[in-house]
Each structure stands twice: as C-alpha cells, then as structure tokens.
Design a protein around this ligand. Structure first.
Ligand code: NAD
Length: 334
C-alpha cells in the first residue's frame, strides 16, 4: 500500500512543488489548504491525482479528522507577509504559531510517524557572522521570525513529550516557478518584462541566499524517505552562497538579454518607493542572510544542483509564458 502524506499549505508556491514531487516518488497526497494565498491552478497538472481538502489549520477538529489515515505530514501553511506581521503580529502568532501547535497536536492524535515543519532563515535575525550555521544565535528582527522560532520550540517539546519525529527546515529565500509576486527577484522579473528600470533600495549591497525551489523539495523528500532517526532536528536549506542585490539585478539583466537600466533609490526603511507604487522598503531590513548548508550536505549527501542563473532563467521563462499569474495577485508578500 502507498504511504500517505498530508501537506498543509499544499496549494502554495513551495507546497505545490512538494506535492508534485511526492506524487512522482509514489506517495499518495492530501492537500489541506484554506486558499488564502494558495491557488488551485498551482495544482492543475496533478489535480486528478491528489485529494484536496479546503480547510484551515486554525480549525482543529477539521484538521485532526482530515489528517486521519496518513503516515507523514509536511506542514507548509503559514502567513508570510512581513509588512502585515509588523502591523499586526497577532496574525502571525495565530496562523503560524497556534496553527502549527494545532498541526502538532493533530499529529500526536493521528500517530503520524514523521513531520516536516517549514521554518525560516528569519529565526536568525541580523547575521552576526556568515554563513550562518544552525547554531547561530536566534534573535528574529520581525514578528514572523518569532512565530517560526516558536514553532521549532514547540516541535522540540512535542518530540520530547510524545516522541514525534519533527524536522524543522529553515529555508533561505526560495525562488522558482509559481513564486508569488512580492520579493525583490519577482519585482526585477516583472519590471524587466515591462521594459522598466530595475529599482534597488540603497546601494544594493544587501546579501541574500537564493535556493531554487526544486532543490529544496529534493531535500524535503530525502527527509521523508530517510530511515535515519531524525528525532527533532533543524536544517538550513540554502545554497550557502551570498549574492548581493546588485549582482542579482545584473544576473536578471543578463538572463533577459535586455539592456535595462538599474536605478538606485535612496528610500528609507518603512517608506514608499517613488518608482514602484505601493512598494515599501521593509523596516529592520536584513543586511546579510547567507545560510550554511553543511549539516544538510553531511547528513543527506544532498547539494543544491541549480545555479542562480539557471534557476532565474526557468522562473523568467515561466512568468513570460504565464503573464497573468502576477497580474492576478492581490496579495503582495514582502
Ligand atoms: N518562500 C520562501 O522563500 C520561504 C522562506 C522561508 C520559509 N518559508 C515557509 O515556507 C512555507 C511555504 O511558503 P510559500 O512561499 O509556499 O508561501 P505560500 O503563501 O505560497 O504558501 C502558503 C500556503 O499556506 C496556505 N495557508 C495560509 N494560511 C493557512 C491556514 N490558516 N490554513 C490552511 N492553509 C493556509 C496558503 O493558502 C498557501 O497555499 C511557509 O511556511 C513559509 O513560512 C518560505
């Protein structure tokens, strides 16, 4: 009999790639999603091969009942809009922290053997050194990071108290096909397709670590497939390579084959851009975010196979073929 995986947030950007890959590996998959930012069209190619349950992780009874009969849980559902959580941290606390607690409780009730919890690089806050390994201090600079760090701490308690095996994956910046519109790479891609200059806030020396979504999914599925006793563990899922925003803009220009101009805008944190309507520079912006991935490489013999130029080529081709995807988006995550 096929093993069954329950994926919360399975209609989202990362979740939909996880679902596709799990199917290819022979699992049976149930998607549990409230479709707040996720979309059915993300699952179009596999819609007949999966079970979809429209539900909220805050609805504990429905969650617990829906999870029955599965062996594994991949918990991807979350609210991840940074500006939204700064304005109202209770939203993150509810959806991310209380929602995750509901997932963990339901996992115990349903005797789930392995859980993957989507955590984030945001648990670290400003880098004290790079690349940041899993032992780097955790001082989140945004409520979102606090809500994710709390999920890891609860995971630890659930492991200790009930023996549930929970693997917390701290993703760096994930990009690729079906990425939602909002972050800097998507803004660059959108503007380059519209023949508008690329806008960089400040000097563009902020460092970021971009992981291609299918590389992340590969690691995610290795965790499910592994017979290792993973207990309660934490892994960075990243490339370990820091790319400045200025370098990123130049790669986008190179990949597009256009001769687009770059504009450096001296916009203060928390203020709106003059060039991009409704676009604010995030308060408490991270100066450097580069995550060490040695633990993941050592334990799973995994490595991120896609270089940034190649991954951006794929995302650019996808959005060029699906131009309405970002026009339809009514939510801007940052
Ligand atoms: N995208 C990244 O770069 C990144 C980086 C670090 C961590 N993460 C984490 O990865 C996970 C997936 O992120 P994503 O980029 O795919 O975002 P996404 O918004 O595309 O996916 C989130 C999914 O969760 C669903 N959802 C939200 N609230 C829900 C609720 N209350 N009940 C049920 N479903 C709900 C949404 O409808 C959506 O399908 C999240 O946990 C996020 O915090 C993402």
């Amino acid at each position: 009999m096929k093993e069954r995986v329950f994926v919360t947030g399975g209609a989202g950007f990362i979740g939909s790639h996880i679902v596709e890959a799990l199917l290819q590996e022979g699992y049976e998959v149930t998607v549990y999603d409230n479709f707040s930012s996720g979309r059915r069209e993300n699952l179009n190619n596999i819609i007949n091969d999966i079970k979809i349950i429209e539900g909220d992780i805050l609805d504990y009874e429905k969650l617990k009942k829906s999870m029955k009969g599965h062996q594994y849980v991949s918990h991807q559902a979350a609210q991840l809009e940074i500006l939204r959580c700064i304005e109202d941290p209770l939203i993150d606390l509810r959806i991310n922290t209380i929602g995750t607690l509901n997932v963990l409780k339901a996992c115990v009730e349903n005797r789930i053997s392995k859980v993957i919890n989507a955590s984030s690089a945001c648990v670290y806050g400003q880098a004290q050194y790079i690349p940041q390994d899993e032992n780097h201090p955790t001082n989140p600079n945004w409520p979102y990071g606090v809500s994710k760090l709390a999920t890891e701490k609860y995971a630890n308690i659930y492991h200790e108290s009930y023996g549930v095996s929970i693997i917390n994956l701290r993703y760096s910046i994930v990009y690729g096909e079906r990425e939602w519109l909002g972050r800097v790479l998507t803004m660059f891609l959108k503007r380059i397709l519209e023949d508008k200059p690329l806008v960089i806030f400040g000097k563009g020396d902020q460092l970021r670590d971009f992981i291609y979504v299918k590389d992340l999914v590969k690691f995610h599925n290795l965790c499910f497939g592994s017979n290792k006793n993973l207990g309660n563990n934490v892994y960075n899922v990243s490339t370990g390579i820091g790319v400045s925003i200025k370098e990123l803009a130049n790669i986008v220009i190179e990949v597009s084959g256009k001769s687009t101009e770059i504009v450096f805008e001296n916009v203060k944190e928390g203020e709106f851009s003059r060039y991009m309507p409704n676009r604010k520079r995030i308060p408490a912006e991270l100066k450097r975010m580069v995550l060490d991935n040695e633990r993941a490489k050592r334990d799973f013999n995994w490595y991120p196979a896609t270089n940034l130029k190649e991954g951006i080529e794929r995302e650019l081709s996808w959005i060029a073929e699906n131009p309405s995807y970002w026009r339809q988006t009514d939510i801007i995550h940052v």
